[in-house]
Ligand binder design. Structure first.
Ligand SMILES: [Zn+2]
Length: 388
């Protein structure tokens, strides 16, 4: 059903549009124009205010297209992020054999314009051929690459409260991401007391010593780097250390930052708990001659939460069936990184992530496999049919 020439030209057009994170206005314009000429009413298309809530550095909101259904069924959502990594600035896409590559010394941006173009091609095919379909929301989030910000800011009521989601942001068209891990960033702000290191070191409290003791304690308990406790697994890292002013001055300030990850939310909380307790104990253990001890403020930011979709979940069943319809074997995956779908699942919208033929993300060697991309377009069309 997909018109391959049109699907390919949508992809080439969208790959040529520049749109780093926070500057997606031209992508919004290009996708909207294509959808209007495909038969979308202008009233169905809008952008939300995600950029205003994110603040400086964000020029436009998430692009949301709400298509009414021609049959009564729960609303489904298709999504693909609009932004590309800085490496893709100035990309000129060219066809080389069965691949699309960047002509010059840039990334291509198939991550995730191949997903955007596949959704546009699917919607065009449905509208032009008057294929019966459920109510559908097409969501094109901003700012995925710099921290899943657009999807985090999305309000489900703006999307028409879809019942399930199909996110496009991957490689082979048979891959179905059904789970991902949790990640937390932590920061320890340690306060000591500064004195002359030669004359009165005993009156000072070294923030550096507190940080060192805390990290040593974390490692001794087996919670540094690769963490394995029975069948529970995770990782932790110390990413940066800054503090102190001079070698003859007791260090009164030290800031340490790091991260922890696990596929289990409960175990991640345990890893964080060990970090927090180790810093607090270390702060109490370093005292000066008056018996005063150091202080630490330990804070965390949740990057994304782990999720695991059941095989019986409607979006998993429909995506698997659609992949089988194009004669491929579904490949369910658990990701070690974050996707927009993490935010949707976290907020209660069951969402799988599928591939659209893009490979070697964030590299100069990035390419889109044309056959895989066209297969992904067919898979999307089958999803819309199967959800009816
Ligand atoms: Zn991506």
């Amino acid at each position: 059903m997909i018109n391959n020439d049109r699907a390919l030209s949508h992809l080439l057009d969208l790959l040529a549009v520049e749109g780093p994170s926070g500057q997606e206005a031209k992508v919004v314009e290009a996708i909207s124009k294509k959808l209007v000429s495909a038969g979308c009413k202008k009233a169905w298309i809008k952008t939300d205010d995600a950029h205003k809530r994110l603040g400086a550095g964000y020029g436009i909101g998430n692009l949301i297209v709400k298509m009414p259904g021609t049959i009564k069924a729960p609303r489904i959502m298709f999504s693909a992020h609009m932004d590309t990594v800085p490496l893709c600035k100035g990309a000129v896409p060219v066809v080389k054999g069965n691949r699309i590559v960047a002509k010059g010394n840039t990334g291509l941006g198939g991550d995730d314009r191949s997903g955007c173009a596949a959704i546009v091609s699917m919607a065009e095919t449905i509208l032009k051929n008057k294929i019966p379909h459920p109510p559908m929301t097409l969501l094109f989030p901003i700012a995925e690459e710099n921290g899943l910000h657009g999807s985090r800011m999305v309000r489900f009521k703006d999307l028409g409260n879809p019942a399930m989601g199909f996110n496009l942001d991957g490689q082979e068209p048979n891959e179905i991401v059904i789970g991902a891990m949790s990640a937390v960033r932590w920061k320890a702000e340690i306060k000591g007391i500064s004195t002359h290191a030669g004359l009165e070191p005993h009156k000072g409290i070294s923030a550096g010593l507190i940080g060192s003791k805390a990290m040593a304690a974390i490692a001794e308990q087996g919670y540094f780097g690769k963490i394995v406790k029975g069948n529970r697994k995770g990782t932790s890292n110390l990413g940066s250390v800054s503090g102190g002013e001079a070698s003859n001055q007791v260090m009164d300030q030290c800031i340490m930052t790091g991260e922890c990850r696990s596929h289990s939310q409960a175990f991640l909380e345990q890893i964080v708990k060990v970090h927090r307790a180790s810093f607090e104990r270390a702060a109490k253990s370093v005292t000066n001659d008056k018996g005063k001890c150091g202080k630490v403020k330990f804070s965390t930011i949740s990057d994304y939460r782990a999720f695991r979709l059941r095989k019986s979940e409607a979006c998993v069943k429909i995506a698997s069936k659609a992949v089988e319809t194009v004669d491929l074997k579904p490949n369910p995956l658990i990701m070690d990184a974050g996707l927009d779908a993490n935010n949707f699942n976290q907020k209660g919208l069951p969402t799988v992530t599928l591939g659209s033929g893009s490979h070697k993300f964030h590299q100069l060697e990035e390419y889109v496999d044309i056959k895989e991309y066209l297969t992904a377009c067919e898979v999307l069309l089958d999803i819309a049919r199967l959800a009816s």
